[in-house]
Design a protein around this ligand. Structure first.
Ligand SMILES: *Cc1c(COP(=O)(O)O)cnc(C)c1O
Length: 242
């Protein structure tokens, strides 16, 4: 390990401590336990080597948004004993022709954004004799640029989607509008309420809420997030936590 890596490793450790402290404070502000929140290090912009350094700094869960990059990272880290206990999640837009690159290789797919995609993933999992854990990505804020089920579509599709044999729906995922703390809070709160409604409707636990990124993870934790997806604040030395 060279000097540059050493100082980057030290940055990763310090930053992780800072992030965990903030998650812990946000959890206690809303009467939750920090143990309910799993922070995921979004490694989409960094190399496999940086994932290894992050693992040494204590990160165990990583998120990728492109199947090709996921495959590259998995190949690079294969046989790396330090990374044997590492988990990868798929957090980004998933095209139907890339499903087979993802299923069976990730712990959780956060980004099931339509009933069609849910059916396609289920069918491919059935063919492989596996069941994929998934979240339903929901466009709570209604921004046109965001993908996912609208709240109305989600309610309409829920019964059919949760009955698909090749997937297990563990909860919901959303992205908040950027740069607006109040809108972020409304979005995360809306996600939690949608999950509560779906719980009553389906009888499923649906306990996983994937929301919160570098700019808004503390708000997300206050509003009930169980998975925060953190990219820049974990890996980018130029990113200042506010
Ligand atoms: C990149 C990405 C993140 C992380 O965003 P940061 O603002 O860098 O923390 C989270 N979720 C998804 C779906 C992403 O694509």
């Amino acid at each position: 390990m060279d000097g540059l890596e050493e100082s980057y490793g030290a940055f990763l450790c310090e930053r992780r401590e800072e992030i965990l402290g903030r998650i812990s404070s946000a959890a206690s502000r809303s009467g939750r336990s920090a143990a309910e929140v799993l922070p995921i290090a979004v490694s989409k912009t960094v190399s496999a080597r940086e994932v290894l350094l992050a693992r040494r700094a204590g990160w165990r869960a990583f998120g990728e948004n492109r199947p090709q990059e996921l495959s590259r990272k998995l190949a690079a880290l294969e046989g790396e004993p330090e990374c044997a206990d590492v988990r990868f999640d798929m957090i980004g837009n998933l095209q139907k022709n890339k499903i087979n690159q993802v299923i069976g290789r990730v712990t959780l797919i956060h980004s099931i954004s339509s009933a069609h995609l849910a059916e396609a993933v289920s069918t491919r999992c059935e063919a492989r004799g596996i069941v994929a854990d998934v979240l339903l990505e929901t466009n709570v804020s209604g921004e046109g640029s965001k993908s996912g089920f609208s709240p109305e579509e989600l309610v309409a599709a829920a019964d059919g989607v949760v009955a698909l044999p090749g997937i297990r729906v563990l909860g919901l995922m959303t992205m908040a509008p950027a740069g607006d703390a109040d809108a972020a809070r409304r979005t995360f709160c809306g996600l939690r309420e949608l999950a509560e409604g779906l719980r009553a409707r389906t009888g499923l636990p649906l306990q996983t809420l994937s929301c919160g990124m570098s700019d808004d993870f503390e708000i997300a934790v206050e509003e009930g997030s169980t998975l925060v997806r953190l990219g820049r604040c974990v890996f980018d030395q130029g990113y200042a936590l506010r």
